[in-house]
Ligand binder design. Structure first.
Ligand SMILES: [Fe+2]
Ligand SMILES: [Fe+2]
Length: 204
């Protein structure tokens, strides 16, 4: 572990992380990461979450996304990361767990920061506020644009909800992704359902 996150070294870590991402991510993904960081800061202020953590996690969340399928499989094997049934088919989903592991080992991210990265792909019933913020920020960051009118309308709606109630925003995003997954007849990760149920139970 090269660095350990604490409130005093955020800027140094941010700088290092930013340099690494610039080198490894495509321009499009890098810009998306900056967008998620900015949105995460915005939401962290609303929901009184540690801004430094939100900033770092927002920027880092897709650090493992552009590894090839082979590299992802190699990474999980070499680092003893557990792969579930759905992940073994949808290898891309592993970028959450891989990103969390990279950030733990390379930047000393704390457990809650690691979890926020691990959970940003399909959600998790144990998501805390930081994780919920990252989950939502990923989908509504300002760089996201759609040509489709309906999608654009929903994006506006999601941005509005996110400023008012983070649980409702998570639910909104899960429902949209479930709808999409059903339409395409793709696999649904059970953690998305568990997350959805947990939020609904908590509402009652
Ligand atoms: Fe991602
Ligand atoms: Fe992302």
């Amino acid at each position: 572990m090269e660095e350990i996150f604490n409130e005093y070294n955020t800027n140094a870590l941010l700088k290092k992380l930013d340099e690494d991402l610039k080198k490894t991510l495509s321009e499009k993904r890098y810009n998306h990461s900056i967008g998620v960081m900015n949105k995460a800061i915005e939401l962290a202020k609303i929901y009184k979450v540690d801004i430094n953590k939100a900033k770092l996690v927002g920027l880092a969340h897709d650090i493992g996304k552009e590894l090839s399928k082979e590299e992802k499989l190699k990474y999980v094997t070499e680092n003893n990361i557990e792969v579930d049934e759905i992940e073994s088919i949808n290898i891309g989903l592993l970028h959450g767990k891989i990103g969390a592991d990279i950030c733990k080992k390379k930047y000393g991210f704390t457990k809650d920061m690691q979890n926020a990265i691990a959970y940003h792909t399909v959600g998790n019933k144990n998501m805390d506020l930081l994780a919920k913020i990252i989950f939502v920020a990923d989908k509504i960051e300002e760089g996201r644009k759609y040509k489709d009118e309906e999608k654009l309308k929903r994006l506006d709606e999601a941005r509005k909800i996110a400023n008012e109630n983070i649980d409702k925003a998570v639910l909104y995003e899960i429902d949209m992704s479930l709808e999409y997954t059903l339409k395409k007849n793709e696999l649904i990760h059970p953690d998305s359902i568990y997350t959805r149920n947990k939020i609904i139970i908590d509402f009652e």
